[in-house]
Ligand binder design. Sequence first.
Ligand SMILES: Cc1cc2nc3c(=O)[nH]c(=O)nc-3n(C[C@H](O)[C@H](O)[C@H](O)COP(=O)(O)OP(=O)(O)OC[C@H]3O[C@@H](n4cnc5c(N)ncnc54)[C@H](O)[C@@H]3O)c2cc1C
Ligand code: FES
Length: 524
Amino acid sequence: MKSVQYDGAIYSVQNHESVLDALLRGGADVSFSCRKGSCQTCLLRAVEGEPGPDAQKGLRQELVDSAHFMPCVCHPDEDMVIAQPDLSQMFMPAMLSERTQLSPSVTRLRIEPARDLNWTPGQYINLRRDDGLMRSYSIASIAEVDYFLEVHVRRVDDGQMSRWIHDELAVGDFFEVQGPLGACTYREEFDGRPLILVGTGTGIAPLYGITRDALRHDHEGEIWVYHGGRTMDDLYLHAELGELADEHDNLHYVPCLSGDDVPEGIFAGRVTDRVFKEDHPDAAGHVLYLCGNPDMVYDARYYAIGAGVARADVLADPFESAYPYMPDDDAKLEAIAPDPELWEALDKGPKLRAILQDFYEATYEDPRLSPFFHNVTMQRAISKQYAFLAEVFSGEDNYFGLNPFNAHHWMIISDELFDYREELFEASVRKHGLPEHLVRRWMAFQELFRREIVKSTQRGLIMNGVEHKKEGFSVEEILIATICDGCMGEINEGDTARMHKRTGQLFCTECAATSATNEVGAPA
Ligand SMILES: Cc1cc2nc3c(=O)[nH]c(=O)nc-3n(C[C@H](O)[C@H](O)[C@H](O)COP(=O)(O)OP(=O)(O)OC[C@H]3O[C@@H](n4cnc5c(N)ncnc54)[C@H](O)[C@@H]3O)c2cc1C
Ligand code: FES
C-alpha cells in the first residue's frame, strides 16, 4: 500500500485502487469524469514520485514534461506528493482563422491553436476569453484530415459567451483554449456494431465529426444519425448529412422536427420518439451517442436503458449550462405512474426486500460504494430504499425520506460510478428471475435520476427551490412525519427538528445535542 499527500492530507492507496479512488474515498474535492484515462478532467501534478506511463498516456508533451498525470489510471509504485494542475499549462493561445454563419443562430469557428494539439471529434474544448469567462464547445473536425479545430456555436440571446462570439469575435482575434477533453468519440473497437447518434441543435456538430471519423475507419456496421430541432433552420447540416448518406450505404440520416409546418421527408415529432418508439424499440447491442440539449440527452438515456442498450455503450455529452442544474424531483416523481405489473412480480414487497438485501450486502462489501454508507446500518439503508421504491411501484404513499437530489447532494458521483452502482443493482434484480421486460423497465426508472445524482462538485440541499449552504444546522418544521437519524424514533408532523445542511440528516430535539458528531448519509 502506498501513500499520497495532497492538499495537506495523506491518503493511503490500497492495492486495487487508483489514486483518484483513494482521494475520493478520503473525501478530497477533486474533479473527474470518465475514470478511465480519456477525458483528462481529473488532471493533477506529481511534485514527488512517479505516476507511471499509463497515467500520462495521451497527454500533450508539455503536460508530461511538467509531471501532470491522470489519477484515475494511476497505480503508483512509490509514495507520492501531488498537487493541483498548473493552470498556466492547461490553456494555450488560439486564433480564430475562419468563421461562417451556418444558420441564423449557428456560427462555425475554425480555430488554429498556437501549439500542436491532437484531438478526436466528439471531444470538447474550453474556450476562455480575456476576462476569464469560459464555456465548453464540442469539436466537429478531425485533426488528421481537417487541420483546423472546428466548433459550432449556437447564439443564446442572453448568453454572455455565445453573444460575444457571434457579435464581436473576429477572424485574427486570439483567445485561450483548454483541452481536448471528454471521451464521447468513435472507437475502433466499435467496428461492425450498429451505431445510433442522436443530437439536438449544435449537438449535431460532434456527431457529424464522429460519423465522418467512423466512415474514415470504414466502419462496417449500420450508422443511424438523428438530428432533432423545431424549425428547418435548426437542421443546419441537412445538406451535408444528406450527401454523406447518399455516398455511404450503411449511413442513414433521419432529420426530425417538433415544430409546426414540417416539410415532407422530415419526421414530424420528437427525435427520441422516432429513435426509440419507431426505429429501435429494441436496441440491445447498439452503441448510442447523445449530444446537445440536456433534457433530450437524459430522456434518451431513459429510453435507451428501457430498449436494452448497455450502460457502457452510451456515450453522452449533455450541453449543460455553466449555471448549476436546479432539479425538481417532486415534479419528476409525481409524473411517474405506479407499475402494478412490476409490483405484482415483486410479490407486493417481499421480493423487493430480498433483492435489496442482496444488493446492499454486495454494496457494503464493495470498496468503491461502501464509503458512501459510513455510519449507516445496512438495515436502515434497505428500509429507506424499500420505502422509496415501494411507494413508486405501488403508488401507495409511505415514503418520508429525502428526494433523490437531496439524498445525494453532497456526494461526488461520476457517470461511471453511477453506472457501476446500477450494474450491481441490475445483477441483484436479475438473480431473482424477473422477466426481461420488467428488468428493463425498472432499470430505465433508475435512470430517471441520473441528472439529480451525478455531479463533480458538492451541492447544497435544495428546499422550496432554494439551495442552502452546505455546513451547519438549521431548525426545520416537519411537514411529513419522519424518523430521527440519531435514535430512529419518530418525528411527528408539526414538530421541529435540527437538520444538518450538508448531509440532510434530521435530529429530534433529544438527539440534536449529539448530531454534529454522528453524521450519516446514504445514497438512495
Ligand atoms: C461538454 C459541453 C459541450 C458543449 N458544446 C457546445 C457546442 O458545441 N455548441 C454550443 O453552441 N454549445 C455547447 N455547449 C454549451 C456552451 O458551453 C454554453 O453553455 C452556451 O454557449 C451558452 O453560453 P453563454 O455564455 O452564451 O450563455 P450563459 O451566459 O451561460 O447563459 C446560458 C443561459 O443561462 C441563463 N442564466 C443566466 N444567469 C443565470 C443564473 N444565475 N442561473 C441560471 N441560469 C442563468 C441565461 O439566461 C441563458 O439562458 C456545450 C456545453 C458542454 C457542457
Ligand atoms: S481521465 Fe481521469 S476522469 Fe477522465
